[in-house]
Design a protein around this ligand. Structure first.
Ligand SMILES: [Zn+2]
Length: 434
């Protein structure tokens, strides 16, 4: 047991967290902010968050207070969609989705047959999450069982809250990435038995997208999903027009893309669809009814040229939305930079993303999308004390811009438009700095 986790810890700084979606409630009631606050943590869980002057008085005199004065303490970022095997092909030039997969993603993913390479990438990947203030991630691995095995093993060592799974792929990709249907099923089952529910780990049944699975594999995916309680379903939906056309060809009976996943009973409250850009009103309506969540991946959608996610429609329908970096389709691990891209995607549609909404999406919104709002995403008592300490003055330009910012919202907006990994001062996992 880490000694830090047994005793009380106290952190002083400005404290911000959300308890509701600012677009769906009175925004004043959606968040709690203490300009001079104190966060108390015991055994890795939030004990209290409140004004420093009040809470400090309650502490025994010998309490060691970590001083983050002048910085902003927020719940750790939640990345609802990311591919760790694509770390080394981030920022690869010039292709749209299907060609990008063939030219860059698939060959690189093939290298995860080598467990040594997978371990090396995992170490870097986890460090990069922490360097960017991300404390929870939903991660796609490769088709190789060891790609998930190694990631789970190392995430457990770091006590990270992680949802991951090996991809299921048995067609329409290079041979070296294809699974035998039965073997893929049993390998997934073994991973579920070994890792799901261990520490803070959960398993996501992960058909990459409907294009790379036959109908019989999608059927097996549903069997896997129902094999244990609390499993997730993580896949892609409606990212690119050529992808949608191919779905129509491969599944000619389908009404639309969503229908393919519906037919195989893969759509429910524990499902996350990455992208969900080119949806019909009927698809949006059916996702809302199902309780499934979507991952908004603006950096990737701009980089690969896929299209513009319509946040207003999703929010109006009541669909839970989280932010996803979608590395390597997205060219940054930074949730702050991804928020800036989200702002631009929405500007192009006449929808302005407020800083409050953006920080909500990156924390409690992501936690809600993953069904984890009772564990993470806020500083309510009993929540797991995963948090990120942000530095407003990370660059000379930010320092000048912050100096003339008057309100909290203005300062948050500067963080999301100008901030990146340099703005992350510290990241804590259940109270412990990493
Ligand atoms: Zn993706």
């Amino acid at each position: 047991m880490n000694p830090d986790r047994e005793k009380q810890q106290a952190f002083k700084g400005s404290i911000l967290f959300f308890t509701a979606d600012p677009d769906r409630s009175d925004s004043q009631e959606a968040y709690t902010y203490y300009e001079e606050g104190l966060l108390l943590v015991r055994e890795g869980l939030v004990e209290a968050a409140g004004p420093f002057a009040e809470l400090a008085e309650t502490l025994p005199p010998e309490t060691d207070i970590t001083d983050y004065s002048g910085r902003l303490i927020i719940p750790g970022f939640v990345d609802t969609h990311i591919h760790y095997p694509q770390t080394d092909i981030i920022a690869s030039y010039g292709k749209q989705l299907l060609e990008w997969l063939e030219k860059y993603a698939f060959p690189r993913e093939g290298m995860f047959a080598d467990a040594g390479y997978a371990a090396d990438v995992t170490d870097f990947f986890l460090q990069e999450l922490f360097r960017n203030g991300t404390t929870t991630a939903q991660v796609m691995c490769t088709v190789h069982p060891q790609s998930a095995e190694i990631l789970f093993e190392k995430a457990l060592e770091k006590n990270l809250r992680l949802i991951a799974g090996k991809t299921l792929m048995n067609c329409n990709a290079p041979d070296y990435l294809l699974d035998d249907n039965t073997k893929g099923f049993h390998a997934s089952l073994a991973l579920i038995e070994r890792w799901h529910g261990q520490g803070r780990l959960s398993y996501a049944v992960t058909p990459r997208f409907a294009i790379t699975s036959t109908e019989s594999q999608l059927e097996k995916a549903a069997d896997l999903l129902n094999s244990r309680g609390g499993l997730y379903l993580h896949t892609h939906l409606s990212e690119n027009h050529a992808e949608i056309d191919m779905i129509q060809t491969l599944f000619p009976w389908s009404r639309d893309y969503l229908d393919v996943y519906e037919r195989f009973e893969l759509v429910g409250p524990r499902t996350t669809f990455a992208h969900a850009i080119h949806l019909s009103p009927a698809e949006i309506e059916r996702i809302a009814v199902s309780g499934a969540a979507v991952s908004f991946c603006p950096a990737s959608n701009l980089f690969i040229g896929s299209g513009l996610f319509n946040l207003e429609n999703m929010t109006a329908a009541g669909i839970p939305v989280g932010i996803g970096t979608d590395v390597g389709g997205g060219a940054s691990f930074s949730i702050l930079k991804t928020m800036a891209e989200a702002y631009k995607v929405l500007q192009l549609q006449g929808q302005s993303l407020s800083a409050l909404k953006a920080f909500y999406l990156a924390t409690l919104g992501g936690a809600t999308a993953l069904g984890l709002a009772d564990r993470i995403g806020s500083f309510l008592p009993g929540r797991e004390a995963d948090f990120t300490v942000l530095n407003f003055d990370a660059t000379p330009l930010m320092e000048r811009r912050i100096a003339v910012s008057e309100t909290l919202e203005e300062r948050l907006f500067v963080l999301m438009m100008l901030g990146d990994d340099r703005s992350i001062s510290h990241t804590h996992i259940m109270g412990t700095p990493v």
